[in-house]
Design a binder for this molecule. Structure first.
Ligand code: IPM
Ligand code: MG
Length: 357
């Protein structure tokens, strides 16, 4: 099969990790007789530098014309003083919205080989955990009304959290359908004891749960969820939550797996076109030093094969190669202390994975 993939390398370590994932995808294509065509487009700080805009129209058009999108990371201190609507991060929100990617799947699994990297005690981790965070991605406070106004204490800034039944239902369905293919448990996370939008969220999820009698459904307040993730992560199967709560909880979930450098994500909408990216950021402190862990981006590539192209055995081949390299004790600097010897560079880790593929 032949697919066109838009590459949004972005800033910081983005180019290094995307190059690694492309090498792995290319080798997978050769091995299984497919053809992947890669076209790079600018996004984030590098796009600001060369066009003045974080998300040039050409990038949006290129992504819309492709079968799928692979993204590195955006942002860095150089662009931190840009006004809100010109920040690199705004491009990420813009492209998610332009492509209609309302679902963000963020799997958090503990690799047995990386157990020592998890900050949780052995008795909490047990024989591991496997959580799928389903984060709503194109609504909520990230996209709500915002601005400045005169308040009781003078000039104030505000942002608004708003969710419609339609938005809650469509992300809820993804969560329940996902749970049906896994351990049939959904935990919906909200702040319904305080927020009106959360009360509608909860009510809508309850109605949806009636349609999935086989799924064991529960609700949890977000503060409790933050605690439960480190107290007993094994209680979770599928977590469904809003844009901002999902942002926060997925970073927490990544850390208990050992390193944020391991976690892949898929952003999906109504069509098969998705956007795949590591959940970590652009790590400006190590950019250009060949130190980054490419695994989250490589695994994002595997998710692309599975979710956008229907190439499950190809995705598994990549995942097995990563497993093997970790089991053999190879580690990048973020994971060191859990394997043997000196840390591998980004390119060395990529070579190991290519070798195992
Ligand atoms: C993420 C990131 C982004 C988000 C930022 C960079 C806008 O933290 O993908 O988790 O908050 O969605
Ligand atoms: Mg985040």
């Amino acid at each position: 099969m032949e697919f066109n993939i838009a590459l949004l390398k972005g800033d910081g370590i983005g180019p290094e990790i995307v190059d690694s994932a492309v090498a792995v995808l290319e080798k997978t294509a050769v091995k299984f007789g497919h053809k992947f065509n890669f076209t790079p487009y600018l996004i984030g700080g590098c796009a600001i530098d060369s066009t003045g805009l974080p998300l040039p129209q050409e990038t949006v058009d290129g992504c819309l014309a492709s079968d799928s999108v692979l993204l590195g990371a955006v942002g860095g201190p150089k662009w931190d003083d840009q006004p809100g609507d010109k920040r690199p991060e705004k491009a990420l929100l813009g492209i998610r919205s332009a492509l209609g990617l309302f679902t963000n799947l963020r799997p958090a699994t503990l690799y047995p080989a990386l157990r020592a990297a998890s900050p949780l005690k052995d008795e909490i981790v047990g024989d591991g955990f496997d959580i799928m965070i389903v984060r709503e991605l194109t609504g909520g406070i990230y996209f709500g009304d915002r601005g400045y106004r005169e308040g009781n204490y003078g000039r104030e800034a505000y942002d608004t959290e708003a969710y419609s039944v339609t938005e809650i239902e469509r992300i809820g369905r993804v969560a329940f359908d996902t749970a049906m293919k896994r351990n049939k448990r959904v935990t919906s996370i909200d702040k319904a004891n305080v927020l009106e939008s959360s009360r509608l969220w909860r009510k809508t999820m309850h109605a949806l749960a009636e349609e999935y009698p086989e799924v064991e459904y529960s609700d949890m307040f977000v503060d409790n969820a933050a605690m439960q993730l480190v107290r007993n992560p094994r209680q979770f199967d599928v977590i469904v939550t809003s844009n901002m709560f999902g942002d926060i909880l997925s970073d927490e979930a990544s850390q208990i797996t050992g390193s944020i450098g391991m976690l892949a994500s898929a952003s999906l909408g109504a069509s098969s076109r998705g956007m795949y990216e590591p959940i970590h950021g652009s790590a400006p402190d190590i950019a250009g030093q060949n130190k980054a862990n490419p695994i989250a981006t490589i695994l994002s590539g595997a998710m692309m094969l599975r979710y956008s192209f229907g190439l499950a055995k190809e995705a598994e081949a990549i995942e097995r190669a990563v497993d093997k390299v970790l089991n053999d004790g190879w580690r990048t600097a973020d994971l060191i202390g859990t394997g043997s010897g000196a840390p591998l560079t980004c390119t060395e880790m990529t070579e190991k994975i290519l070798g195992a593929l």
